[in-house]
Each structure stands twice: as structure tokens, then as C-alpha cells.
Design a protein around this ligand. Structure first.
Ligand code: PBE
Length: 291
């Protein structure tokens, strides 16, 4: 009887230890739970460079920034979210993910990610003389994060981006009129737009393409990485892009090609970059990743 009691006691103790061990792993710091990994996007994104600055500035030396793509980041986010597991991703606004998931930005008390920025339209030198109508439309193209969000959501819900763009314009004829005002119709002239496969830029580039088509252009869209997007405008192999996050996110590209492009100014204002977590994650500040 006594022996059985001791065995039972040992068994219960063992279970208790096991349970503590398990809960310790689950209840460890966010870094421990995530193997100190931040889920990033494409390496050419300004956001990746900024995030490395952030990691340095906050002393997150144990952490690693994982490169991938926006699509892969979203897939990881979705997977973690469905299981209510922790995750830290690099994120930005405008983005449909804030409409589909309950997320929060981690506070950045040192403001390393910086203040709100603009998305500018940038065209190749000489476009004004070669294609004045396209130039006029590109110059007049401007909308709000809310507008862009509507198109992004349609895309996310499975509509083809070209179709979403056309639908959105059909419902916002006032905007189309504003953008095409004073631009003479053309007859199948070609315009080559470049963009990166970020949800925000897929939305904007397709909308501008449809606006150009409405006055008779034949528009070619080429999806590239961030570096070749800027290089393509600078060497004139592409005509325009509406994806220049400035003054800070794309500052390196902007400075590298200075004098070799024309900056037509903001087409959208009020962007944001940061580290993003699901709301159920306890951390509220980038400083909380320091432990
Ligand atoms: N982004 C989306 C880009 C610009 C658009 C924030 C991922 C970047 O970081 O370069």
C-alpha cells in the first residue's frame, strides 16, 4: 500500500513537472515563443531596411528579420491568427489586413519608423513631351487611403485587380473626370507602368491603368521588385509608377537616381509603417520585444 502511494506521488509529481515545463514554454517571452523571428516581406522593400534600423535602435540583437514576400507574410499571419498563436510581422497602412484581422501596431516610442508619409507618382524624363495626355492624368491622379482600401478589399475578396479597378472607377466617375481633365484623347498610344506586388500598389497601378485606358491608351503593366522599378523609370525603359513611398521609405532609391526621373508629387498621403501583431498578443510596444 505504502509503495503504491509513493509511486502515485511520483507519478503526480512527474505530471506536474511536465505541465510546468509545457506551460513555461508557452508562457515564455514573446521572443522565446517566436524563436526571435520577425516575419518580413521582400528584401527590396524600404520597410525591411527601416525594420533593421528599428531592431538596432531598440537593441533587438537576438531577433532575426525573415525575408520573404507580402504574400508569404500574409499566409503566416493568417495561419497564426487562426490558431491564436503569437506572430510579429512588418506591416503598413493602407493595407486590407487591418480590415480582415484584428491587429495593432507596436508603439515606436523612438519614432524610428518615422511619421506619416506620402505615396508619390514618378515618371521618366521626357514623358511630358512624348505623352502629354498620360502625363496630365498621372499628374492629376490623387486619392485617399479609404479609396485605395476599397480597391484592395475587392482584390483580397478574389476579384481580378484589373476588374476591381474598373468597377471602382465606374462607381467614382467624379474621380476619373478629375484625373483626366484637360487630357486629350489618344489612339492606342502605349504607356508602360511598373509596380511591385504590394497590395497597395497592385490596387493603385491598376486604377491608374484603367484611367489611362479610358482616354485611349494601351497600357502595359510589369510587376518587378522595388530596385528595378526605380531603375526602370530612371533608364526610361518604363514610363511611370505610382508607388514611390516618400520622403523616407524609398529615400535610398530616390537619392540613387536623383536627376533621372520626374517626381510628380503625392497621389496619396497618410501612410504608416511598423511592426504589427494580432490584438491578442500582449506586447504593446517595440520595447516589449527587448526581453
Ligand atoms: N511597402 C508597401 C513598401 C512600399 C509599399 C511599405 C511594403 C516598401 O516598404 O517599400
Amino acid at each position: 500500500m505504502k509503495k503504491i502511494g509513493v509511486i502515485c506521488f511520483a507519478f503526480v509529481l512527474g505530471l506536474a513537472l511536465l505541465a510546468t515545463g509545457c506551460s513555461e514554454k508557452k508562457g515564455g517571452s514573446l521572443g522565446e515563443q517566436l524563436d526571435y523571428k520577425i516575419t518580413g516581406i521582400d528584401p527590396g522593400a524600404g520597410l525591411m531596411k527601416k525594420t533593421k534600423e528599428v531592431m538596432k535602435s531598440y537593441g533587438l540583437d537576438k531577433w532575426q528579420l525573415i525575408e520573404g514576400s507580402e504574400a508569404a507574410m500574409i499566409a503566416s499571419l493568417k495561419k497564426a491568427y487562426d490558431k491564436k498563436e503569437p506572430i510579429v510581422v512588418t506591416g503598413w497602412t493602407p493595407h486590407w489586413m487591418f480590415a480582415k484581422f484584428d491587429l495593432k501596431y507596436l508603439d515606436d516610442p523612438k519614432n524610428v519608423y518615422g511619421d506619416a508619409e506620402n505615396i508619390n507618382t514618378v515618371v521618366r524624363l521626357g514623358l511630358k513631351d512624348d505623352e502629354p495626355s498620360a502625363y496630365t492624368v498621372l499628374d492629376q491622379f490623387a486619392w485617399t487611403p479609404k479609396d485605395m482600401g476599397e480597391v484592395m478589399l475587392m482584390n483580397e475578396d478574389g476579384t481580378d485587380p484589373a476588374e476591381s479597378a474598373q468597377k471602382w472607377l465606374d462607381n467614382h466617375q467624379d474621380k476619373l473626370q478629375e484625373w483626366t481633365k484637360g487630357a486629350a484623347k489618344v489612339n492606342g498610344n502605349k504607356i508602360h507602368l511598373v509596380y511591385v506586388a504590394w497590395a497597395s500598389e497592385i490596387a493603385s497601378t491598376n486604377v491608374v491603368a484603367k484611367a489611362l485606358e479610358s482616354i485611349g491608351y494601351k497600357v502595359e503593366l510589369t510587376q518587378v521588385d522595388a530596385a528595378p522599378m526605380w531603375a526602370g523609370i530612371a533608364d526610361g525603359s518604363a514610363d511611370a509608377m505610382v508607388a514611390a513611398w516618400l520622403p523616407s521609405t524609398h529615400a535610398d532609391y530616390f537619392n540613387a537616381y536623383k536627376g533621372k526621373f520626374e517626381d510628380l508629387g503625392p497621389n496619396l498621403t497618410g501612410t504608416k509603417l511598423g511592426l504589427v501583431v494580432p490584438s491578442y498578443v500582449a506586447a504593446n510596444s517595440i520595447e516589449d520585444l527587448q526581453n
